[in-house]
Design a protein around this ligand. Structure first.
Ligand SMILES: [Zn+2]
Length: 93
């Protein structure tokens, strides 16, 4: 294993941390529900909810789907209600 000078190591780390961070901020500029001025997420709106769950039926975390806290919470509640009503699956095998 070759020894890398400490200054170079820091530079490498800086690049590795810096790049995804910028991409991450760019991709999650705005919550989609805020942009569309959605005040209430309806649990009966299957078409909408289906866009926000994975193919396995899971709710992705906020950092993935880019929603704000308020709308992510509303969305999660709506999806959970839809699951209980039998509109959405809990798990897709
Ligand atoms: Zn929002």
């Amino acid at each position: 294993m070759a020894k890398v000078p400490l200054s170079e190591q820091m530079e490498i780390q800086g690049v590795r941390i810096g790049v995804p961070r910028r991409a991450f901020l760019k991709s999650r500029r705005f919550c989609r529900f805020c942009r569309e001025r959605v005040e209430f997420i309806d649990y009966k709106d299957l078409e909408l909810l289906a866009q926000w769950v994975t193919e396995r039926g899971r709710i992705p975390p906020r950092r993935i789907n880019g929603n704000c806290a308020r709308h992510q919470r509303q969305l999660a509640t709506a999806i959970k209600r839809a699951r209980i009503m039998g509109i959405l699956p809990f798990v897709v095998q």
